[in-house]
Design a binder for this molecule. Structure first.
Ligand SMILES: [Zn+2]
Length: 268
């Protein structure tokens, strides 16, 4: 009897192992604006899986090579732990920078948070944001958060390969390692059940996105790459990407009329 049970158990374990080694297929879809949106699940160190940002093949046409990196890339002027550190195409975080207080995003009560990590100092405000959204009948989920330097390197290389080595195509939509706000542990990509927790431009048409535009700053969260500012930020519009800078800073940023990028430049 025990021998039979043991055989059944080993068989089940082999099947499960087989499933775990099968690579998940790339999830590709065309949204309303005929933009190709891609989600890919990749392994992230010891932290489980994480979805790569979806990117748009169609990018806004603005004058100048706004996606290009400058020739004079320098180290960030503030420490990585500083909520106001400017990280962009000019200012780079050290490859060794990793926040030492990462916790599961699920501590805030946000849906899908068990798969992603954020700094513990932003959890209370994120919980307040999620609670407030719920009381307004808005659903929010998280679809990406902390990304290490190494993960960002793989993410960028994925897009280089996707675009057949077109560097300018990739630089419009994905940061090179050390240049991503996701390495800070204070940045997350939102989604909603309105779009089946997918990640991409379709988020901009949701009630959840409209709610965040109105309310996120009250909890310290600011959109990173707003529409129409590609030549300032160096990135295509990302309706889903928010960075936490603290409530008082977010209020000051909002009152200043500056976008996050310009506000942080004024502080660095
Ligand atoms: Zn993002």
């Amino acid at each position: 009897m025990f021998k039979i049970l043991n055989l059944i158990t080993s068989f089940l374990i082999s099947i499960l192992t087989l499933f775990n080694t099968i690579e998940l297929p790339q999830d590709e879809e065309i949204d309303d604006n005929n933009k190709i949106v891609i989600n890919e699940v990749i392994d992230v160190e010891e932290k489980g899986t994480e979805e790569i940002n979806p990117e748009e093949v169609v990018v806004p046409s603005t004058s100048g090579n706004w996606w290009e990196y400058p020739s004079d890339i320098v180290a960030c002027s503030r420490d990585g732990n500083d909520l106001l550190v400017l990280v962009n195409k000019k200012y780079q975080l050290p490859s060794t920078y990793k926040p030492n207080d990462l916790v599961k995003a699920s501590n805030s009560g946000i849906r899908r948070g068990e798969n992603y990590y954020l700094r513990s100092i932003i959890i209370d405000d994120l919980r307040d944001l999620v609670d407030a959204s719920k009381s307004d009948d808005i659903d929010l989920s998280v679809v990406s958060a902390y990304r290490s330097y190494a993960t960002q390197e793989s993410t960028y290389n994925y897009w280089i390969s996707y675009y057949n080595n077109c560097i300018s195509c990739t630089d419009k939509v994905s940061a090179r390692a050390g240049h991503s706000q996701h390495q800070l542990g204070t940045t997350l990509d939102f989604s909603s059940n309105e779009i089946g927790d997918s990640l991409g431009s379709q988020f901009g048409n949701t009630e959840a996105s409209r709610w965040l535009v109105e309310n996120a700053y009250l909890y310290g969260f600011v959109i990173g790459y707003p529409q129409g500012y590609e030549s300032t930020t160096g990135y295509s519009y990302e309706s889903w990407h928010y960075r936490y800078i603290g409530k008082s800073n977010a209020l000051e940023q909002k009152s200043s009329g500056m976008i996050l990028e310009t506000y942080l430049r004024s502080k660095n």
